[in-house]
Design a protein around this ligand. Structure first.
Ligand SMILES: Nc1ncnc2c1ncn2[C@@H]1O[C@H](COP(=O)(O)OP(=O)(O)OP(=O)(O)O)[C@@H](O)[C@H]1O
Length: 444
């Protein structure tokens, strides 16, 4: 295929796009791509990595996944999230790369199309999702894809992993971004209140309904409805919710009139909804309606590369913005397992800043000691160790709880003692000591 034909094809792509040969050299480029980067592009000379990364070597030799390698291996299109050096600074881009073959099925090169991700950042920016770890990039890829569709998304993840922030990103990156984003907090809402909040009510519909009130499903019109902790919706209400989702219509409490509404649905839960379905605590039909596209949010512990970045960000946006972390403090922060995830990191950063007497925050200011976090983890997960938690709650000593928790951990954990120690956020020596003390062992 002549280069002029390839150039013509690249020109009609509405996103930044290039055609590269097998040696990473840019053969054709559209204006949207040229406008994205500072470095001028010389066709037949400039390489994709020099333009997008200002690098002297391809991404795979710089520690990043290279979509071209994956394409060559599989002969299929592939996608990856990369951080590019654009004229606006470092920016997240969702890259799709497609291999192109000639009429004899010989690989000619690759088309690369970029989708800039505006809701995430590698630099401290308020109201943006921050991170740089591989787990974070994989999350961005899914969120960016889902945002462009109308599909119902279920966000699952431990508390404090950023489910609400992701729900907002899904809205902000969608075609509904100029319409309302409404959060419905499902925990602890009595059934009647839940129904009248959601669907609204007529005047006199129940005692205390002194005037007519619009429901959130009506106020949201055209926007995104985010049900936080959907697992806490009582079974009776689940039926009504299912009807709302299936018909996109509702009736206010005390009204006979059916009204239509239009919204995109995003739900979140820290509970395992499939397990709840098995136990009969959550409707199966509702589960499959809300979980068309499930996204699991990684725990902070599996995002080690983000801990220092997030810690500096929280400090910078606090009243202690003139303080700085010492290297030792950052190292200590990286060792903690964070059962409360990003929310817990935020609070630990503030505690450390308050405790620091100086403008430098030292490791001694970081408010946890070497083994205290194991106890903390045990405290938080005490319910795991007590199967009858819902029926009889018995207060156990922290030591007993730690023993129960470790017994469960060694029973279920599939890896080595070193890996378990890493997951628990303690040294292998500490874990060995504790296992010996409780007469436990990983070897089955
Ligand atoms: N990637 C991120 N970058 C910056 N801040 C983040 C990020 N993810 C989460 N946060 C911050 O961490 C805190 C907890 O996030 P969020 O409330 O979204 O978590 P959650 O999973 O919804 O928690 P819960 O399950 O307890 O409701 C918030 O202050 C949020 O702004």
């Amino acid at each position: 295929m002549a280069n002029s034909v390839i150039q013509g094809l690249i020109n009609i792509i509405d996103k930044p796009a290039i055609f590269i040969d097998l040696n990473y050299v840019i053969v054709a480029v559209n204006n949207a791509y040229r406008d994205t980067y500072q470095t001028p592009i010389e066709l037949g000379k400039s390489t994709c990595f020099a333009i997008s990364h200002k690098a002297s070597k391809p991404c795979d030799q710089m520690g990043e996944a290279c979509p071209m390698l994956e394409c060559k291996k599989t002969n299929k299109p592939t996608s990856v999230v990369h951080i590019h050096d654009t004229h606006l600074g470092k920016q997240y881009c969702d890259i799709v790369m497609k291999p192109i073959f000639d009429e004899n099925d010989v690989l000619m090169g690759f088309v690369e199309i970029l989708d800039k991700i505006d809701f995430a950042s590698v630099k401290a920016q308020k109201n943006k999702m921050l991170g740089q770890s591989d787990a974070f990039k994989a999350l961005l890829n899914k969120v960016n894809r889902a945002a462009k569709t109308e599909i119902s998304v279920l966000l699952q993840g431990e508390t404090g992993t950023g489910k609400e922030l992701v729900a907002r990103a899904l809205h902000d990156a969608s075609r509904r971004k100029d319409k309302p984003f409404i959060v419905i907090e499902c925990s602890g809402l009595p059934e009647q209140l839940f129904e009248s909040e959601l669907f609204g009510h007529e005047k006199g519909a129940f005692t205390g309904a002194t005037s007519q009130k619009k429901g959130l499903v009506e106020i949201v019109e055209g926007g995104t409805l985010f049900f936080d902790e959907i697992g806490d919706v009582p079974l009776n209400m689940q039926v009504k919710l299912l009807r709302l989702i299936e018909t996109q219509s509702f009736r206010a409490v005390g009204s006979l009139r059916q009204k239509r509404t239009d919204f995109r649905l995003v739900c979140a839960s820290h509970k395992n909804l499939l397990e709840m379905v098995e136990k009969g605590e959550f409707r199966k039909d509702l589960y499959y309606r809300i979980a068309t596209f499930p996204i699991n949010l990684p725990s902070l512990q599996s995002r080690q590369a983000d801990i220092a970045l997030l810690a500096k960000f929280f400090l910078k946006h606090s009243e202690f913005k003139d303080k700085q972390f010492s290297e030792a403090a950052l190292e200590k922060l990286a060792q903690y397992p964070y059962p409360g995830n990003i929310r817990e990191l935020k609070s630990i950063v503030l505690q450390a800043a308050i405790l620091a007497d100086d403008d430098v925050i030292y490791d001694t200011d970081v408010p946890f000691e070497n083994t205290a976090h194991l106890q903390h983890t045990a405290e938080i997960y005490a319910d795991l160790a007590q199967p009858n938690y819902n029926e009889v709650f018995e207060v156990l000593s922290l030591e007993q709880t730690e023993k129960n928790y470790l017994a469960k951990a060694v029973e279920h954990f599939q890896g080595s003692t070193e890996e378990l120690a890493h997951k628990l956020g303690v040294s292998s020596r500490t874990l060995y000591r504790k296992l010996t003390k409780y007469g436990l062992s990983l070897t089955k």
